[in-house]
Design a protein around this ligand. Structure first.
Ligand SMILES: Nc1ncnc2c1ncn2[C@@H]1O[C@H](COP(=O)(O)OP(=O)(O)OP(=O)(O)O)[C@@H](O)[C@H]1O
Ligand SMILES: [Mg+2]
Length: 242
């Protein structure tokens, strides 16, 4: 479970995230939507413990991210929007390094399984500097799952993935959720949200303006049975383009 309470982040005079409160349960694939600059990445980085909130609290399965950062991080997987990797390591080396950070004993088999799952087995001993963008993205995803996180926080997972990679990720997230993992995912790809999210929230200018199932958002926008795209555009103030 992820519980955000009155979470706020100011950058100087700018309030990027303005007192948001949300609870996401185990087994949910939660879609976090919003226009560019709305505050999604800022929120996700705070949940992952990479950015200190200005005020408010974040709990992950009861662990307060500010007060118990190690316990929280031990059960959290974070997939950033841009993969930062070490060019001079191979995939196997990077995975081993990550496994050591999490203190995982005998990770070899899990490393091989994850590289296989993400279609990187043939590249396992190749330097990361020779990888394409999508391959780097796959490696970051594989490494984020090494410690079998209970909560997965993902910033725009589908960017750069080919159709087969996107399909893999969709199936994987659904499978993890069915095993009780909480998946919190930002994305701009609304068809993916329709296909896989059990719940959606829209953040706009740092504030949550809608939270519920796609059907509930449709009711809120007075657009029942619509696709998410026109609902999103209406709720975020761009309905003149519909
Ligand atoms: N380190 C920073 N210093 C100052 N302002 C920042 C910083 N990071 C983000 N911001 C500002 O905070 C606001 C929210 O940014 P954020 O990256 O969270 O948006 P986002 O919803 O992830 O957008 P996108 O869809 O473009 O990824 C923006 O106005 C952005 O300019
Ligand atoms: Mg972002």
């Amino acid at each position: 479970m992820i519980k955000l309470t009155d979470l706020t982040k100011n950058y100087g005079a700018l309030t990027a995230v303005n007192s948001i409160s949300l609870t996401v349960e185990p087994g949910e694939v939660f879609g976090f939507l919003g226009p560019n600059g709305a505050g999604k990445t800022t929120t996700i980085k705070m949940i992952a413990g990479l950015l200190q909130p200005t005020s408010g609290t974040i709990e992950i399965r009861g662990f307060n991210v500010q007060k118990d950062p190690l316990q929280a991080k031990r059960i959290t997987g974070f997939i950033p929007d841009r993969p930062y990797l070490y060019d001079k390591l191979t995939a196997t080396e990077f995975m081993s390094f990550t496994a050591a950070l999490y203190d995982l004993g005998k990770p070899e088999r899990r490393i091989a399984e994850l590289l296989e799952l993400f279609g990187l087995s043939d590249w396992a001993d190749e330097l990361v500097e020779n990888y394409s963008h999508g391959m780097k993205q796959r490696l970051v995803m594989a490494s984020s799952l090494l410690h079998e996180p209970k909560v997965l926080v993902v910033d725009e997972p589908m960017v750069g993935l080919d159709p087969r990679g996107a399909r893999l990720v969709k199936d994987l997230f659904k499978d993890l959720a069915s095993k009780g993992v909480t998946v919190f995912m930002s994305t701009h790809t609304l068809e993916i949200v329709e296909a896989m999210c059990t719940r959606v929230a829209i953040i706009n200018k740092g504030e949550i303006i809608a939270d519920g199932s796609v059907e509930e958002l449709g009711k809120l926008a007075r657009m029942e049975n619509s696709h998410l795209e026109p609902i999103f555009l209406k709720l975020t103030g761009g309905d003149e383009t519909v």
